[in-house]
Design a protein around this ligand. Structure first.
Ligand code: HEM
Length: 553
């Protein structure tokens, strides 16, 4: 045998493998480059696809800017229309970037196209197989219906007292920062707050991450930092897998073990507990329904089936992730925009005085008595919607299919989607002059039904997509709004907030995972608080800031 394998044979084998790899590469290059022929987009070449033209624009942006912002700047730089195609192969699939609400509706509402495989890849380490964000069809439906009761309006209102307990701790932390007169990263504080809130909603557990370290939260935060953002935006991801992959496996194992234990505990103690709408208990309820079957006999069920348990864990993790990251950024950006717009800050404070009385310290009691007071915060809701318009933390990404064409509403042209990633660009829709006059201006009035502001355009809500649209829209949107309103009601009249990007150097090496890097371009859309990608899109550098107690100022 060994005699047959001469060096010449080995040489030939290597040459054949090498040539096949090259041929395959060239065939795929030809395939992808031909796919976009004649379609609108930035300058495209046979060798580079759209990579060079993308780079021309992206290199002028802050180096850590969130990829979801790039579509808008590419559109503006090359003067493109409300949809166009980009070809980043071999770093990723061709993208169809959509800035038109009608076209977006065609693949999210009229027909809900499946999530792109990149979503599954993104969720693999944060959720896992069977998670609700990336699953499809019967599996997705099963979980969405199982969890829906956990997000009913009446149940969410019943959560307000528990949210208040966590916000009171948050206020103690802010008070300490105010008294110490120190610069700190607001995003760290709001993330611990929203994690603690979601811990109760999902696991019926006080994770206590505002007070000190927690194993699950620590693993989660590290996992988010190791999350890929796509090789087309960060090419290092093509080669760093020997380090990234084992770390991600380890963190997944830690999170699964923690949540698995909680599931077992809840399973063992399920009798004697009344009907609970914590996500963990809704998952168990779905399981018991499934195993009970037609016979209705549960006496033989001694534990949770491993396959079901794995999917339940994936969904718990998904809720913990989706339920804190996005809300945390929204709160931080609300503080930011209000600090830049004192007259709006005065207006929202006035609304809180009117609804809760003029003593801010009595707000928690008022809300414990009647959580429905939150429904009266009309201006506060407009502020939150406007923050989410300018800084949406997440978006949906779908996959095109053979035979599935979109229609240009202006020309009636059929637009191909096969082999494409279909991406409604939230940032682009939200900052489009076509839908929002003076689009970069922070103007909550746009969302009020009774506004004298002439820029308000009430018919344009179809272009507000912060929670996505259609049957895959955000299941946690009401919770996010209730939570954010509660936090704002409890903080805005007690503290004055001030961004402190110029003092970033004081936070260098603070173990937050943020680099405190002030080099290069540090503005996007005329704003220093641009979004970076860390899990979802978050405020740059975790929003360094100073805070003052109002009686101090
Ligand atoms: C301001 C806060 C939030 C924003 C902006 C937001 C945004 C979004 C968006 C854009 C999607 C669609 C993602 C996609 O199609 O891939 C989504 C889905 C989802 N969100 Fe949220 N979200 C927020 C808060 C929450 C909260 C608090 C929870 C949980 C309690 C949550 C749980 C989920 C889940 C489970 C999905 C998947 C729904 C499905 O596919 O059926 N989100 N969210």
């Amino acid at each position: 045998m060994l005699e047959i394998l001469t060096p010449a044979h080995l040489g030939w084998a290597v040459a054949v493998i090498f040539i096949s790899v090259i041929v395959r590469f060239l065939l795929r290059l030809h395939f992808y480059r031909s796919l976009l022929k004649g379609l609108p987009g930035p300058p495209h070449s046979y060798i580079w696809g759209s990579l060079r033209s993308m780079n021309e624009v992206i290199s002028k942006q802050p180096k850590r800017a969130a990829p979801q912002t790039f579509g808008s700047v590419i559109k503006e730089y090359y003067g493109l229309g409300d949809y166009f195609y980009v070809d980043p192969w071999p770093f990723g699939d061709p993208l169809m970037m959509v800035f038109d609400a009608d076209i977006m509706n065609q693949f999210t509402v009229k027909q809900s196209m499946p999530k792109h495989p990149e979503v599954e890849k993104f969720m693999r380490n944060i959720g896992g197989p069977g998670n609700m964000v990336s699953s499809e069809g019967a599996e997705w439906k099963k979980w969405r219906s199982a969890f829906n009761p956990g997000f009913s309006a009446s149940h969410l209102m019943s959560l307000v007292p528990s949210i208040l307990d966590d916000v009171l701790i948050f206020n103690e932390i802010l008070t300490k920062h105010a008294k110490n007169q120190e610069v700190f990263r607001m995003e760290r504080a709001t993330t611990s707050l929203t994690v603690d809130i979601i811990g109760k909603v999902v696991l019926d557990l006080d994770l206590g991450s505002q007070r000190g370290p927690n194993e699950l939260v620590d693993a989660f935060m590290r996992q988010v930092r190791w999350q890929k953002i796509g090789a087309q935006f960060n090419p290092i991801e093509l080669i760093d897998f020997p380090i990234r992959t084992p770390i991600q496996w380890y963190l997944t194992w830690k999170m699964d073990r923690y949540i698995g234990k909680r599931l077992d505990e809840r399973f063992a103690t399920r009798e004697g507990r009344g009907r609970s709408k914590a996500v963990v208990d809704l998952a168990l309820e779905a399981y018991l329904k499934e195993v009970k079957g037609a016979s209705g006999d549960l006496s033989t069920v001694k534990g949770i089936d491993p396959e079901f348990k794995q999917a339940a864990i994936a969904n718990m993790k998904t809720f913990v992730f989706a339920g804190h990251d996005t809300t945390s950024s929204t709160i931080v950006y609300t503080f930011y925009y209000l600090s830049k717009n004192p007259e709006m800050l005065a207006k929202i404070r006035k609304e809180h005085d009117e609804v809760f009385g003029t003593d801010p310290d009595a707000t928690a009691d008022r809300l414990r008595e009647d959580a429905r007071l939150l429904n009266r915060l009309e201006y506060t809701l407009a502020v939150i919607r406007e923050v989410l318009r300018l800084q949406p933390p997440a978006s949906t990404v779908r996959v095109g299919q053979k035979g599935f064409f979109l229609t240009d509403p202006k020309t009636g042209n059929r637009l191909p989607t096969e082999h494409m990633m279909l991406w409604p660009i939230d940032v682009g829709l939200h900052r489009s002059e076509r839908y929002w006059p003076d689009p970069h201006r922070f103007a909550p009035e746009r969302h009020l039904a009774s506004s004298a502001d002439s820029s308000a355009d009430y018919n344009s809500k179809e272009a507000w997509v912060a929670f996505s649209k259609g049957n895959r829209n955000c299941v946690g949107q009401e919770l996010a709004i209730i939570e954010t309103k509660t936090i704002l009601a409890m903080t805005l009249r007690t503290f004055d907030f001030e961004p402190a990007f110029s003092e970033l150097d004081k936070l260098k090496g603070d173990n937050s995972g943020y680099p405190s890097d002030m080099s290069g371009v540090q503005e996007q859309f005329g704003d220093e608080a641009y979004q970076v990608q860390l899990g979802t899109a978050k405020p740059r550098e975790g929003m360094p800031c100073r805070i003052k107690l109002r009686q101090q100022s």
